[in-house]
Design a binder for this molecule. Structure first.
Ligand SMILES: Cc1ncc(COP(=O)(O)O)c(C=O)c1O
Length: 469
């Protein structure tokens, strides 16, 4: 079977032309960028905001449902959805209403409200874990579960999977060497200001490699395995059949806590990927979309873990636990969490978004086949990832090898200039309950045009060569 390959100059030419077109169409964004360059490092409130590949940041005017409008008046179908924060749509009406209702009733007291009771019950009913705690971001929640895991097991090490991302919790930034996976892991080179050798207490193996997990856990030195049930930050890697159940078993046998970070994999269904498993993790983290896109994260735990946490807390001397932040679980957050869980992130909403994503994924697959590209689409409920490899990757190394920053950037810009936004850094698409067939059709039409340009040698005067694979 032969596949089309795309010449590098095709990609570079497209990126250049699309960058110019973006600048021409966004004079107001360019003017704002000139202003923000005066007051913000990198010209933006957070350095990632400058990493979209656009020549100037795209400044947003307003967002509603599945769409947003930029300050130049262009409307976009949003398939990034704040990288999951807005997976139930921008400003879901019930959340917006609760926000307004709470706005004049107080924000933060360091005390629970009646909404805490509603939200707590809703979390337990959904995920099956009996006890919960709040954090403000999923990063914090991950930091806290790792701390708790170490505290209650009295073990220092944690195990993660190569290619993982759990927010900016330092402990997990440990990588295998892609050229030599058997070499000792190292602290991620891109980390700024990290002075500790993270490999001292964090070890890493390939996802889907249960033998490697067993070989590590047998030492009983590990407090926990922290993982997404499917990797979603290095492209997408689904668990192989039986892998998660085997992981559960390996953890149970060695008294290692199994922690699922469902911050992204919540896309898999009403109870995240956990809802698709016939076992529970010991602890579970969710954030981003859990309160409708406002800062909030939760972590849950089994009854036995909760009991061990109580014991550890009671045994500790009075003073700072290193767990919690002042604004976590504040009055507004609890109101939004309760409403989002009860009225927005419902089972029918998940049925809808998964069905819409299936349409998008099937459409993308059909186009990839039609234009003869050795790419694939991996779907995880409401999110999917198109990846520049023939088959869905089975581990982080394969997923990362399939990444192509320049090609991604050209495709993303091409789509953006035609009113379709997807997640930067890789090729994730997410849909929300407001994503219509028209949004999907807009995406597929733009994607098709992009593939025609990338692969059509004659019309575009570009060099395409067919290779035998
Ligand atoms: C799986 C996972 N966990 C945690 C986080 C951290 O979320 P936040 O940046 O909201 O703290 C992320 C962020 O992308 C994530 O992908």
């Amino acid at each position: 079977m032969s596949y089309a390959t795309i010449a590098r100059n095709t990609i570079a030419n497209m990126a250049k032309r699309e960058a110019d077109a973006f600048l021409a169409a966004h004079p107001r964004s360019a003017a704002l960028a000139a202003q923000t360059n005066q007051s913000y490092l990198f010209g933006v409130p957070l350095h990632w905001m400058a990493d979209w590949g656009t020549p100037v940041p795209l400044f947003v005017s307003h967002a509603q449902g599945a769409r947003f409008t930029c300050v130049d008046g262009h409307e976009y179908s949003d398939f990034c959805l704040g990288d999951t924060g807005a997976m139930f749509g921008h400003s879901p009406p019930a959340v917006a209403h609760a926000l307004t209702a709470q706005a004049s009733k107080g924000y933060t007291t360091m005390l629970p409200t009646a909404d805490a009771a509603i939200a707590g019950q809703a979390l337990t009913e959904r995920f099956g874990l009996p006890f919960w705690q709040l954090a403000t971001t999923a990063t914090d929640a991950n930091r806290f579960v790792v701390r708790w895991a170490r505290a209650i097991t009295q073990r220092k090490k944690i195990l993660v999977f190569d290619g993982c991302y759990h927010g900016t919790i330092d402990d997990v930034f440990v990588d295998l060497d892609p050229a030599n996976p058997d070499a000792p892991p190292s602290t991620r080179a891109s980390l700024l200001g990290q002075v500790y050798d993270l490999t001292q207490f964090t070890d890493v193996v390939e996802f889907n490699d249960i033998e490697a997990v067993r070989a590590k856990l047998v030492s009983r030195e590990f407090a926990c395995v922290l993982t997404e049930p499917a990797l979603t930050n290095c492209g997408m890697v689904l668990p192989a059949d039986g892998f998660l159940a085997q992981l559960r078993e390996a953890c149970t046998q060695t008294d290692t806590l199994l922690i699922f970070d469902e911050t992204h994999t919540i896309s898999a269904g009403y109870a995240g990927y956990t809802g698709l498993c016939d076992f529970l993790p010991d602890m579970l983290v969710a954030g981003k979309a859990i309160a409708g896109g406002l800062p909030c994260a939760v972590y849950g735990m089994s009854a036995s873990v909760a009991q061990r946490m109580r014991t550890a807390k009671e045994a500790a001397p009075a003073g700072h636990s290193g767990i919690g932040t002042t604004l976590s679980g504040n009055m507004i957050t609890m109101a939004l969490l309760a409403v989002n869980l009860k009225q927005v992130a419902t089972a029918p909403a998940f049925d809808l978004i998964i069905a819409q994503q299936s349409k998008l994924s099937q459409g993308l697959r059909a186009l990839i086949a039609q234009y003869n590209l050795p790419w694939n689409v991996t779907q995880l409920g409401a999110r999917s990832e198109f990846q520049f490899c023939l088959h869905s990757p089975t581990n982080g190394r394969e997923a990362q090898a399939a990444m192509d920053g320049a090609l991604e950037q050209a495709v993303h810009l091409y789509l953006l200039n035609r009113g379709v936004m997807i997640t930067p850094f890789h090729n994730m698409t997410l849909v929300c309950p407001d994503t219509t067939d028209a949004d999907i059709a807009r995406f597929l039409a733009a994607f098709e045009q992009c593939l025609i340009e990338l692969t059509d040698a004659q019309n575009q005067n570009y060099c395409i060569k067919m290779v035998q694979t």
